[in-house]
Design a protein around this ligand. Sequence first.
Ligand code: G4P
Length: 514
Amino acid sequence: MSNETPRRTFAIISHPDAGKTTLTEKLLLLGGGIRSAGTVKGKKSGKFATSDWMEIEKQRGISVTSSVMQLIYNDVQINILDTPGHQDFSEDTYRTLTAVDTAVMVIDSVKGIEAQTLKLFKVCRMRGIPILTFINKLDREGKEPLDLLAEIEEVLEMETYPMNWPIGMGKTLRGIYSRPDKKIEVYNDSHEREIIPYDEQHVLQDFEKERLEEDILLLEEAGNEYTMEKVQNGQLTPVFFGSALSSFGVQSFLNNFVKIAAEPQPRKASGELIEPASNTFSGFVFKIQANMNPNHRDRIAFLRVCSGKFERGMEVMLSRTGKKMKLNQSHSFFASDRETIDTAMPGDIIGLYDSGNFQVGDTLVTGSERLIYEEMPQFPPEKFAKIMAKNALKHKQYHKGMEQLVQEGTIQLYKTPYFEDFIIGAVGELQFQVFEYRMKNEYNVDIEFTHLTHELARWVTKGEVTDRMTDSRRMLVLDQQKRPVILFENDFTLRMFQDKYPDIKLSTGWEILE
Ligand code: G4P
């Protein structure tokens, strides 16, 4: 891949089972990025998706960690960052979204917008990145297309602009009408792509034609105005209907994607906007993964290149510490296959071998100016557990493992004042399971969990805290930086606390999303 090839870096967000993995595979096939279209769900089929490689993923047949995939299409290099879905949900998913320029939201036409889509959507919204919508499973009897658009507009508070329009659905699906070029992509059982100009079409019956014409007229008259500007600032989402499983509408989606998706964007570091074209190389670590391949016991830091050119062996500075280092071991990833990468451009994701230097959120930069990319937002955990090593004699490994896994960002760690009990916090239950698995497999420590009923964490930003603030429904703890945090069971106990202690100011650590 040439350094001049334009880059487009995106992630797919969806609720589980909406069809994210199927769509990803079909996109990779179109770009020649995958050799066979192996089915995805490990549990059922015994095969694994290209993006599922960790042992725990294989066991559960899910995708736990985000991997990176690439395809070349119409002379554009497309970098896809895989994100886990719902039950598998964790902070990784959120963090991955900080490294992309565009998001694709997959919605199941039968179910509409689901809980997890909404959560992920909010993170994209916070960053103001363009969001393209793919409404999937048109081969099934789904909700009415207009209702789906209305749902997106209402729930996500975003304008929609259908780029194509379904002609029928489920058993009566005939095709999709592409609005920009006024052509019909015909739906057929052979899954061969057949595109005909609307005027020359012979597949629609009169009533279907009438219905389509009415729909189009309605969209023209009552629909939103499409501008690239609205798309680029995340105000309007172009909507594509299709069926990933039948490869229907996928190629036209991709044709449009390469035109619409944002190019690598300038990003803020130390108060200034850093242009991708800058001569200075810079990037940030959005994820650290240990033990990616059991054959190589190592850690890999995933870095998003933001500006300049990465060259293997180059000397960079870790801005947090000012330490200089040579980046000799850099990889690109195609799921578990790693290839040494010699150069990388803005928008690319590279994996750097890490012997314990990096933390999530770290900036690497050439030159002497200690640029720091905007802090990775702290994602408010929703699940908490008190933990102990089952075997007290293993305390050394226990502390080492915990320190490393916290540093990687696998979980968040808190301590109670005085007794110094360890409390871990996570966005999703799966993070606990990954933590438990890795403590056992990598550090040989069995962990005992006591799940807590608390669901909210609030940082105390103003006011005196006292040990009286802990009771059966709330708990005072200290975070890694020894900042006081109060864990609450629910909104009600939070409100009670606020009434009782009006001088204490609390923050979610992520107010921007509230
Ligand atoms: P996910 O990554 O978002 O979780 O979804 P995934 O692609 O794994 O798809 C979830 C299920 O939906 C899969 O079924 C898949 O075959 C199916 N699917 C994906 N796209 C389409 C489509 O366009 N039309 C239809 N009808 N189905 C689609 P599965 O896991 O094999 O079986 P099951 O869940 O249906 O039992």
